[in-house]
Each structure stands twice: as C-alpha cells, then as structure tokens.
Ligand binder design. Sequence first.
Ligand code: SF4
Length: 333
Amino acid sequence: MQNEIQVLKNAVPPLLKWYAVHKRELPWRNTRDPYKIWVSEIMLQQTRIEAVKGYYAAFLEKFPTVKALAAASEEEVLKAWEGLGYYSRARNLHKAAKRIAEEGFPRDFAGVRSLPGVGDYTAGAICSIAYGLPCPAVDGNVLRVLTRLTADERNIDEMSTRIAFSDLLREVYPAEAAEFCQSLMELGEIVCLPNGEPLCARCPWQKMCAAHLAKREADFPVRSEKKARKTQRIYVYVLKKEGKFALRKRGKEGLLAGLWEFPNGTTDESALYGRPLAEKWARHVFTHLEWDMTGYLIETAGSFPQFTFVTPEEMQKSYALPSAFKAFKEWVK
Ligand code: SF4
C-alpha cells in the first residue's frame, strides 16, 4: 500500500501536465455548474462520449436549469432522452431534479450520493469537478489505468478492489481536484485503451508504468469472466391504420419500463393483424440480453382498443421510443 501511494504520488504531476496539453474540448468541460456536470455524468454512464455530445446540448437547451427540469413532465424528459437508452437514468434525473429544486443542489459527497441514480462514481465525479473536493471517481476505465500503472493483480470486478483504489486515490488527491479526476478518465479514454492495446508511446507514465516496463499491458486489468448474453426472439408489429400507427406503453417494471413501443411479443402473431406489407430483421444488444427481432409493417383494418394510435408527427414530438425499435421507425411515415 505504502509503495502504491508513492507510485501514485509521483504519477500525479506528469498526468496533470499531460492533461493540460492533450485534453479534448468537450461541451461539459468548461463549466463548474453542478447541474450541468450532473447531467453530463448521468448521460455518460454506459454511453459513448460521441453519442452524448448532441444529447447534452439539446437537453440543456430544453432544460437550462434544474428548476426547468423539475417542472417538466416525465413524458417530456423521456422524449429528450429518446435514443440514449437506460431510461431509468432519465427518470431518476427527473426525480432528483424535483428534490434539488426545493432543497438546492447538495454541496458534499454524502448529499450528492443520496440523489436518485447517483452512485459512488458519479458522486465522486460531481464533487471533484464542480466543487474541487478530493472525492475519487473510480470506474472500470480508471481501474484499468491504475492497475496497469501499479501492475496490481487484484480483480477489478471485486468491490474490495474498487474500494482499495478509492482509498489510494484519496491519499494522493492534489489541490487541482477537478483536473485530476478528469485527467484519469481522459487517460483511460484516449491513451490507456482497453483490450491490451494501450498507446504507451503517448502516455505520460511510460517511464514509470509497471505493466508497460514489464511489457505486460495486456495482463491488466484482471477481470472475472463475462457471462454470455441471452438471446430472445421478438416479433414487432408496425400497425398502420388510417395514417396512424399503433403504440403501447410498457409495464412499470423491468426492461425499458414505462416507455412507449410498437406492439411486440415472443411468438409470431402477425396473422392476427393482417397481411404484412414489409418485413425486416434487426438486432438490439442490451447489457445482459440480445433481441433478435423480426418486424412487420401491416396495414390493418381491425379494431385494437389496447393500442394508442398516433400520427407520425405526434410520435416524433411526444412519444419516446427506445432505440431498440429504431430500425422499424423508418416505416412510420
Ligand atoms: S504506459 Fe501504457 S499501460 Fe501504462 S498507463 Fe500508460 S498507456 Fe497505460
């Protein structure tokens, strides 16, 4: 431990220097506003930076303050989130906004951590970046960088490893907390890449990194074996009736809870609705599950009171459909 603290202490100055020169210009990097940083951190959970950029700007335009977000309806918030996935993030953001609008944005780690949808990593990032507090934000990216630097063979999927590295970082947090937090993330995102392909020649730690010096970059991080994803067959029906399309709302629990969707099921019931005009196959990958989807476009004459029929314009404006159904949305016109 003592040795690792020293290694990390020595690693901080070159990292900060590197970050000052090489950091990318990202829309959320020029602010200390906790609301804006919070929104960016929630969007960035499980989503690539490139995908988040456009959503972030549009979301803040629509909800420029936490009060504006709190005053919106859940449908409006979900609509602004449409396509980003993991919709519970949007619901929690909305729930938390209502609390913040009344009580103000929490100013310390415990307060931030208590917001719905905010875990240790996100609370650490918000406190470091918005308030300059020495609160480590440790995710898989940061753990990869740190276990390579120290050639640490502990399994990063174990909570105890995460806690150990959080403790370690707390010991070495410099006064430039915001920059330090972001520089660790940035190194993991643009230099110390996963899958044994780090760009060590560009790394500020190349002369001190234990994994690199031993040519063992690919051995780190040590992880548990991944469980295979399950595949589920899904049949999707894009039902058109008098220029309108059928939607229904998913249940309140489970995958994509509460979102609108095209009618669908696990057995082929297309004959119930009519003769398909078009058919198409698509795949959507969730974290633990994969949907193998066959979609049908069907002009129907039947009566289906269980569905809500909406025009393409209404769907575009007010109904948030998960990106799993994106391939079939092309038929809506
Ligand atoms: S030297 Fe290579 S392995 Fe080590 S931290 Fe830098 S990029 Fe990662």
